[in-house]
Write a protein that binds this ligand. Structure first.
Ligand code: NAG
Length: 395
């Protein structure tokens, strides 16, 4: 049935965009840039000082959003009629869309700003919103308009009547970032103010052929600002990804959260069942400090507290980082978990430790995992699939 339907849709042609491929733009994460310039330590101290100065703000901050400074993959979207284009973080670890607005107070300077008066499809909403991130915030009012995944010159996934945030203020750490806004791709239950996220809206409106999307992230290699990747909405990406190895049921459909059964690197292993989220908006893998320290020890990586980072010689070779999920072992190669950020012979272990106090996930599987395995975010069946990522070099 599915095959027949796909063929039929193909005959209908351009007017029926049920599967849309969205090309990504890779840029080195601001964190890695700062590490290379030797500025990261100062930034970490600055964040700690902010936290100390505003304990109430950080205590009430939702845990469901990422740090701005840690994002590598961006994509173009448009909003309104005629389309106004923005470059946004495509983030499976959050669930709200917002972009700068033309009423922004000056903090959005240098970014594209959405002007609702220039869109014939815009509808007022007027409700105010605020999102507190670990290291910053954004706020404004909400509006309703056609949101399209993909740039104006690409094939687009058009989602009419989508509610989104129009920022009137963004915090300073986001000001200098290449990203203009954030497009959250997780579930409505994770969204601030319960706003239906654009992709969930598309699925509710039955715009997509299948209620799922595939993420393929390309290796960056040693060259800067090359590579990218593709988000495929409405289908499993069979061009850039091998056959699906397995699907794992989501343990919580808020984030894309599931259970992993074991972790192993070199001589260190840990078999504690753990809650994990798959997060395209995180450039590293985050886990409990005991396990991350165990990995670091096995690798011979040294923790630098000023930088809150693990460093190791680039020549280190300790084999794969193995993760057991649902009876399958997923192996992450050193090229994906040891990052050469241009600090001579010193490389970065692509992991950080965080100890989550509550019921949330204890692991964040960011880009190192997703570069190794395409992730299939199956919203309809509340499961996540993994397939070998067919990198250009290994095709
Ligand atoms: C995104 O848009 C910019 C222009 O605004 C363009 O230069 C770039 O190629 C686009 N990227 C992709 C991946 O479409």
């Amino acid at each position: 049935m599915k095959t027949t339907l796909l063929a039929f849709v193909a005959i209908l042609g351009m007017c029926s965009a049920t599967v849309v491929q969205h090309k990504l733009i890779y840029r080195e994460s601001p964190k890695m840039q700062m590490m290379r310039r030797g500025e990261w330590g100062a930034y970490v101290q600055h964040k700690a000082a902010l936290r100390d100065a505003n304990p109430a703000v950080f205590a009430s901050a939702p845990q469901n959003v990422n740090d701005f400074g840690d994002v590598e993959y961006l994509g173009n979207i448009t909003i309104g009629t005629p389309p106004q284009q923005f470059i946004v973080v495509l983030d499976t670890g959050s669930a709200n869309l917002w972009v700068p607005g033309s009423n922004c107070d000056g903090t959005c300077k240098g970014k594209s700003e959405f002007d609702s008066s220039k869109s014939t499809t815009f509808k007022k909403n007027g409700q105010s919103w605020q999102i507190q991130y670990e290291s910053g915030s954004a706020k404004g009012i909400m509006g309703v308009d056609t949101v399209a995944f993909g740039g104006a010159s690409e094939q687009q996934l058009l989602v009419p009547s989508t509610t989104f945030g129009i920022a009137s203020h963004i915090s300073s750490n986001f000001k200098n970032d290449a990203a203009e806004g954030i497009l959250g791709l997780a579930f409505t239950s994770l969204a601030v103010d319960g706003v239906t996220p654009p992709l969930i809206n598309a699925i509710n409106k039955k715009i997509l052929d299948q209620p799922l999307f595939t993420v393929f992230l390309e290796h960056k290699g040693t060259a800067k600002n090359v590579g990218g990747g593709v988000f495929t909405y409405g289908a499993v990406d069979t061009t850039n990804c091998g056959p699906v190895i397995a699907y794992q049921p989501l343990s919580s459909a808020t984030y894309y959260q599931f259970v992993a059964d074991g972790f192993k690197l070199g001589s260190y292993s840990n078999n504690k069942k753990s809650q994990v989220i798959s997060d395209t908006g995180s450039s590293l893998i985050g886990g409990p400090s005991a396990v991350i320290n165990g990995f670091a020890q096995a690798l011979g990586a040294k923790y630098h507290s000023d930088d809150d980072a693990y460093y190791l010689p680039c020549s280190t070779s300790k084999g794969t980082l193995d993760i057991t999920i649902g009876g399958n072992v997923y192996s992450i190669e050193p090229v994906n978990y040891i990052l050469d950020v241009g600090m001579g012979d010193t490389c970065v272990f692509a992991a950080f430790s965080f100890d989550f106090g509550g019921f949330g996930p204890s692991w964040i599987f960011g880009d190192p995992f997703i570069r190794q395995y395409c992730n299939i975010y199956d919203i309809g069946q509340q499961r996540i699939g993994f397939a070998k990522s067919l990198q250009p070099s290994s095709k």
